[in-house]
Design a protein around this ligand. Structure first.
Ligand code: FES
Length: 91
């Protein structure tokens, strides 16, 4: 569960394999995505150590569901899929 009052939690793997395969940039991309859509208060963004799924990386978890092979070029599209319903005025 999210540790703050946020309704949702986005966890980006910062283990060395995922970090090297694109998650080094994912935090900033996700932070900017949440900021521009005014979602910072409802989505808690955090990082984690290796989750032992390195072969499927880069990985992230949204509300406990793992998303694998999230290359940097795919991240914004995935965030749109996951968060568009939460974005004010998106529908
Ligand atoms: S470094 Fe991300 S699962 Fe191992």
């Amino acid at each position: 569960m999210p540790p703050s009052e946020a309704e949702h939690e986005l966890v980006i793997c910062m283990g060395s394999s995922c970090f090297a395969r694109g998650n080094s940039r994912a935090v900033e991309t996700a932070r900017e995505f949440l900021r521009t859509r005014h979602l910072e208060d409802c989505v808690h963004l955090t990082g984690t150590l290796c989750q032992d799924r390195c072969r499927q990386g880069p990985n992230l978890t949204f509300d406990g569901e793992c998303h694998c092979e999230v290359e940097p070029s795919k991240l914004t599209g995935l965030l749109e899929d996951l968060l568009d319903d939460l974005t004010p005025g998106s529908r």
